[in-house]
Design a protein around this ligand. Structure first.
Ligand code: ARG
Length: 470
C-alpha cells in the first residue's frame, strides 16, 4: 500500500470511506497545469535560495515537464493514495526522477499556499476567457442595436409588464448591453484585487528559506501583477477571489436571466415581437407544433445555480477560523462550475442574440394611444405652460373619458378635451391630431439615454467607444 506523503506520524491506515471523503483529485485534477506551473516556478525559487543545486533543479524541472506531458496526452495514471492534484503530481515526479530529487520540491511549501496559488492561476485563465466572451456579447448587442431595423422598430416599453411608453427595440437591447458592460468592468476590478501570489507563505507562518526578493521573483515568474501577498496567514486563508468571482458570476447570471425572460415573453405567440432561431430552440416529444425557447429558459435556470454557488462560498468562509481548514477544499467545485456554466451560457447567449428575428410590424401593432397619455400631459406643459402635476390629472381624466365613451385616447375630439382643460381651446384640430403619433413621441425623448433615433446612435457610439477602450 503506497505510503501517504504526510504519513510519518501515522501507525494506522485511513478508513476506506474517510479516504473517499477526503480525496479531492476527482475534481481538483483540472488544476493540473496550474499546479505544475506553480511547482516549476517554485523549483526555480528553491534553486535561487540555495536549497537545491542546479543539477537537482534541472532534473526536477525536466521531471515536471514530463508529468505535464502525461496530463496533456491524457496518459497520467492516477493511483490509490493520490488524494489531490498536489500529492498526485509530487508522487508521479518521484516515480520519474526518484524521491531524492522529488522529495526536495516541497521544502518550505505547504499544500496550503500551493492550492491558494493553483486556484488563482487556474481562475486567471478563466477570467480572460470569460472576459472576452462577455465583450463579444456586448459587441453583438451593439451590432444588432446599430441596425436600421432595430432602431426603426418601435414597440411598447413595459413597466410592471404593463404597456408604458413607446421605445425602440435597439433601446431595449442596449439596456441589457449596458448591464453587461458593468459585469465586464466588475470582472476587471475583481481580478485586479486577486492578482497576488500566495506561494512562499508556507503552511501559515511564512517561508523559512526565502527572502523578500525570492517571493517577489516567484510572483513575477508566475505573472502575478500585484506581487506577493502581504501576510502568510491571510495568504492561506483568503478566498476572497473565489467569493468575488462567484458573486460576479451570480450577478451576470441575473443579467442574462432578465434579458432571457424579456425575450421569452416577446417570443410568445401572444406578443410575437421576435422569433428564435431553430438552432437554439427545441421541440416537444408530445406536441408536434411546439418550438420552445429552451436556450433562454436554461439561461434563466443557470442564474439560480450561480446564485447557489456564491451562497455556498460565503457560508463556507463565515464558519472557518483563520488560516487553512479543510473546509476550504469545498471552495473549488462552485468556482469550477460557475466558470464552466458561464462559458457555455455566454456562448449560447451570443448565439441566441444574433439569430433572433424581430417583427417590427407586430411590435408596432401592440402600441396603443393610451401609451401617449404622458405625451398629452407634456403637450399642455410645452405649448400652454400648465404645471405638470395638473396636466397629469387632465390626461388621466382623458383616459377615463375615452374609456367611458368607448373610444381610444386618440378618438377624443378637441372639444371633448377642452371640457377637461380650457387650454385645448387654443389648439387647432391638427395640433391635437398630431399628438397621436408614436414616432413623434419617441423622437421627443431626445436627451442622452432616451429613445429617439439620434439618442440610439449616440448610445451605439458610446458602446463602440467602450468596446474600443476595453
Ligand atoms: N486538497 C486540499 C484543498 O483543496 C489541498 C490543501 C490541503 N492542505 C492540508 N493542510 N490538508 O484544500
Amino acid at each position: 500500500k503506497p505510503a501517504k506523503l504526510w504519513g510519518g506520524a501515522f501507525g494506522e491506515a485511513t478508513d476506506k470511506t474517510m479516504e473517499l471523503f477526503n480525496d479531492s483529485l476527482p475534481f481538483d485534477k483540472r488544476l493540473w497545469a496550474a499546479d505544475l506551473a506553480g511547482s516549476k516556478a517554485y523549483a526555480a525559487a528553491l534553486t535561487e535560495a540555495g536549497v537545491i543545486d542546479s543539477d537537482q533543479s534541472s532534473k526536477m524541472r525536466q521531471g515536471l515537464s514530463d508529468v505535464r506531458k502525461e496530463w496533456a496526452d491524457n496518459k497520467f495514471v492516477e493511483i490509490e493514495g493520490d488524494e489531490d492534484i498536489h500529492t498526485a503530481n509530487e508522487r508521479r515526479l518521484g516515480d520519474l526522477v526518484g524521491t531524492d530529487i522529488a522529495g526536495r520540491l516541497h521544502t518550505g511549501r505547504s499544500r496550503n499556499d500551493q492550492v491558494a496559488t493553483d486556484l488563482r492561476l487556474w481562475l486567471r485563465a478563466e477570467v480572460h476567457a470569460l472576459r472576452s466572451l462577455l465583450r463579444g456579447l456586448v459587441e453583438d448587442a451593439r451590432d444588432v442595436a446599430g441596425s436600421d431595423e432595430a432602431q426603426g422598430a418601435l414597440m411598447p416599453g413595459y413597466t410592471h409588464l404593463q404597456r408604458a411608453q413607446p421605445v425602440r427595440y435597439s433601446h431595449w437591447l442596449m439596456s441589457h448591453a449596458w448591464a453587461w458592460t458593468r459585469d465586464a468592468e466588475r470582472l476587471d476590478a475583481l481580478w485586479a484585487r486577486s492578482d497576488r501570489c500566495p506561494l512562499g507563505s508556507g503552511a501559515l507562518a511564512g517561508h523559512p528559506f526565502f527572502d523578500e526578493e525570492q517571493r517577489r521573483k516567484l510572483s513575477d515568474a508566475l505573472k502575478f501583477g500585484g506581487g506577493p501577498t502581504p501576510n502568510s496567514m491571510d495568504s492561506v486563508s483568503d478566498r476572497d477571489f473565489a467569493v468575488e468571482f462567484t458573486q460576479w458570476a451570480a450577478l451576470l447570471g441575473v443579467h442574462l436571466s432578465r434579458w432571457a425572460e424579456d425575450l421569452i415573453i416577446y417570443g410568445t405567440k401572444e406578443f410575437a415581437f421576435v422569433s428564435f432561431g431553430q438552432r437554439y430552440s427545441t421541440g416537444s416529444s408530445l406536441m408536434p407544433q411546439k418550438r420552445n425557447p429552451d436556450a433562454l429558459e436554461l439561461l434563466r435556470g443557470k442564474a439560480a445555480r450561480l446564485a447557489g454557488h456564491q451562497a455556498t462560498l460565503t457560508s463556507l468562509l463565515a464558519s472557518c477560523p483563520s488560516a487553512y481548514n479543510k473546509d476550504l477544499q469545498e471552495d473549488k467545485e462552485p468556482v469550477f462550475d460557475a466558470a464552466h456554466q458561464l462559458r457555455v451560457a455566454l456562448e449560447v447567449a451570443r448565439g441566441v442574440l444574433t439569430t433572433t428575428e424581430i417583427h417590427p410590424e407586430r411590435m408596432r401593432s401592440a402600441l396603443e394611444p393610451a401609451m401617449l397619455a404622458t405625451d398629452l400631459a407634456e403637450h399642455l406643459v410645452r405649448k400652454h405652460n400648465v404645471p405638470f402635476r395638473e396636466t397629469h390629472h387632465v390626461a388621466g381624466a382623458a383616459v377615463r373619458l375615452a374609456e367611458k365613451e368607448n373610444t381610444s385616447l386618440a378618438g377624443l375630439s378637441k372639444a371633448q378635451l377642452a371640457t377637461l382643460h380650457p387650454a385645448f381651446e387654443n389648439d387647432s384640430d391638427a395640433d391635437v391630431a398630431a399628438l397621436w403619433d408614436f414616432d413623434r413621441s419617441a423622437e421627443s425623448r431626445d436627451a442622452q439615454g432616451g429613445t429617439s433615433i439620434r439618442a440610439q446612435k449616440e448610445q451605439v457610439a458610446a458602446l463602440s467607444a467602450w468596446l474600443a477602450r476595453t
